[in-house]
Design a protein. Structure first.
Length: 161
């Protein structure tokens, strides 16, 4: 009988991979998914694995995000309602939207991203997956010069890590 029993919640690419690698290490894994495997965020991101995606706590994020909070297609969408806990969370989140905290976040996330890419490489190779996996970088489409400037700043920050 396995020494470790683990429940993984979420059957997207990350949850499935966590379950896979935990089971390879001998854990007894149960994967729980409310819908179909890969239907949630993993289904909506066109199969993109962004191991180096910048965190949300970028400087000026709150100011730029006010309109995103009202847009149901935004990753920051929060349905408007009176919720003192949510107000406290947003107020606290605002404190972490600084260059110092962004650098600390990237310093913690970057090694995980590098390890993740190696794990995806081994998964595709070991299981002989025919899934059009490519380790080919990342691109972003910008509609404005301001958006392009933001993307250039993000790329420079990610390259530094």
């Amino acid at each position: 009988m396995p020494e470790h029993r683990v429940v993984v919640v979420g059957g997207g690419v990350i949850g499935v991979c966590c379950a896979y690698f935990l089971s390879k290490e001998g854990a007894d894994v149960t994967l729980v998914e409310r819908g179909q495997i890969g239907d949630g965020a993993s289904g909506g991101n066109a199969g993109t694995i962004a191991a180096g995606h910048p965190p949300l706590n970028k400087p000026g994020r709150i100011r730029r995000s006010i309109m995103e909070l009202l847009d149901p297609t935004s990753p920051l969408y929060i349905p408007l309602r009176w919720d003192p806990g949510l107000v406290r969370w947003l107020w606290t989140f605002r404190r972490f939207c600084t260059d110092r905290y962004l650098d600390a976040s990237m310093s913690a996330l970057a090694p995980l991203g590098h390890a993740t890419l190696k794990l995806f490489d081994s998964l595709v190779e070991e299981e002989a997956l025919n899934c059009a996996y490519e380790r080919a970088g990342y691109y972003e489409i910008c509609h404005t010069e301001k958006g392009l400037d933001e993307a250039k700043k993000d790329a420079a920050m990610m390259l530094a890590h």
